[in-house]
Design a protein around this ligand. Structure first.
Ligand code: NAP
Length: 330
């Protein structure tokens, strides 16, 4: 098949227009591996790409989609052969390289991870970059010494993609999870996926004017940044850690050094995009093995190329719950 369907974002005089188009394989960039994309997923970053955020995408027309799972069609390297099931997340996929919102991608072999045994293509995209990042946060917290005995773990933006997988994974691993959400209607959902406690965003911001908060959290996964992030740091127990991966509220944090020099706490940076492939493969192996989440279906919201555009608007408005999975050919 030399043509395929894709969501195309074009720059116009009024802004950015999205449409579904037929593309030719020869419009894809040169690369080692041509992949038939069976599933992609919707991340906050895809919405930024689709609306022309220059920190994500500069070259238009463009097909977003930072995640893709599918089957190798052609390979120039011995590492992959036609028919292999593979996953691609991060690097430049969906940023300035045509991404998973098209039925085909062509990428360097260094971006491609063989689908680990124990995980289906579909499950890999219910996780996608968001779920992978949640796992990377937990991995970094544990590497810094966090255990279920450290105390309750705070998860912010809890109904979102990263947040919801973090809640589920931490609960599975025996942590007591305190979920921060702005969605009162989703408290039952959060309890179902493992939250033991629920805080409103206002509660998470309370006391932001004080230099230190009450030592409460044994760890934290923050997806929102801003005041909520640093309040989390100020409320960590002595020696505990917060993993920071997101900025949906704000990239700026109102910080002092006090929690670091008085309570020995750690602020851990988390990036899944440029994480070296070997470390990516290690996290995928965990998600396919000891961290496998059979209950992932509870997070899944199915999307098609025809419905993904509406979902882009919902995620920008902070209204998505769980993980949007784009099913190609549906
Ligand atoms: N570092 C990395 O490698 C990496 C990888 C993936 C994602 N990220 C980042 O992580 C963040 C979350 O991504 P995602 O895909 O999970 O997005 P998402 O699905 O939109 O989830 C974000 C959640 O944050 C909450 N929220 C929205 N606006 C807020 C505000 N103004 N203040 C406080 N909370 C707010 C909402 O949850 P509630 O309604 O439940 O509060 C929302 O569902 C994004 O900033 C994304 O760019 C980073």
């Amino acid at each position: 098949m030399s043509t395929f369907r894709a969501l195309l974002v074009e720059k116009t005089d009024d802004g950015y227009r999205r449409s579904i188009v037929q593309r030719n394989l020869d419009e894809l960039p040169d690369g080692d591996v041509l992949i038939e994309v069976r599933y992609s997923s919707l991340n906050y970053k895809d919405a930024l790409s689709a609306t022309g955020n220059p920190g994500v995408t500069r070259n238009f027309p463009h097909t977003p989609g930072i995640d893709a799972a599918g089957v190798v069609v052609e390979s120039r390297t011995d590492a992959f052969k036609p028919g292999d099931d593979v996953v691609v997340i991060g690097f430049d996929l969906g940023m300035n390289t045509p991404g998973g919102f098209g039925e085909r991608i062509r990428v360097p072999a260094g971006w491609v991870v063989p689908l680990p045994r124990g995980l289906s293509l579909e499950e890999s995209m219910v996780l996608g970059t968001a779920g992978f990042t949640a796992a990377l946060c937990v991995h970094k917290l544990e590497a810094a010494g966090t255990t279920p005995d450290s105390g309750p773990v705070l998860v912010t933006g809890a109904t979102g993609g990263v947040g919801s997988v973090a809640v589920m994974l931490l609960a599975k691993l025996g942590y007591e999870v305190a979920a921060v959400t702005g969605k009162e209607s989703q408290h039952d959902f959060l309890r179902r996926i493992g939250a033991a406690r629920i805080l409103s965003r206002e509660e998470a911001r309370a006391g932001a004017d004080r230099p230190l908060g009450k030592e409460t959290w044994g760890g934290a996964v923050d997806t929102v940044g801003g005041e909520i992030l640093f309040n989390g740091v100020k409320q960590l127990r002595y020696g505990c850690s917060l993993a920071a991966c997101g900025l949906v509220d704000s990239p700026a944090i109102p910080a002092t050094v006090l929690p670091f020099i008085l309570r020995n706490v750690n602020l851990l940076g988390v990036d899944s995009v440029q994480l070296p492939l070997a470390q990516k493969a290690e996290i995928w192996q965990k998600l396919a093995g000891p961290w496998h989440l059979p209950e992932l279906a509870a997070l899944r919201v199915d999307l098609t190329l025809d419905t993904v555009s509406d979902a882009i608007d919902r995620i920008l408005a902070g209204q998505m719950v769980g993980r949007g999975v784009l099913v190609h050919g549906a």
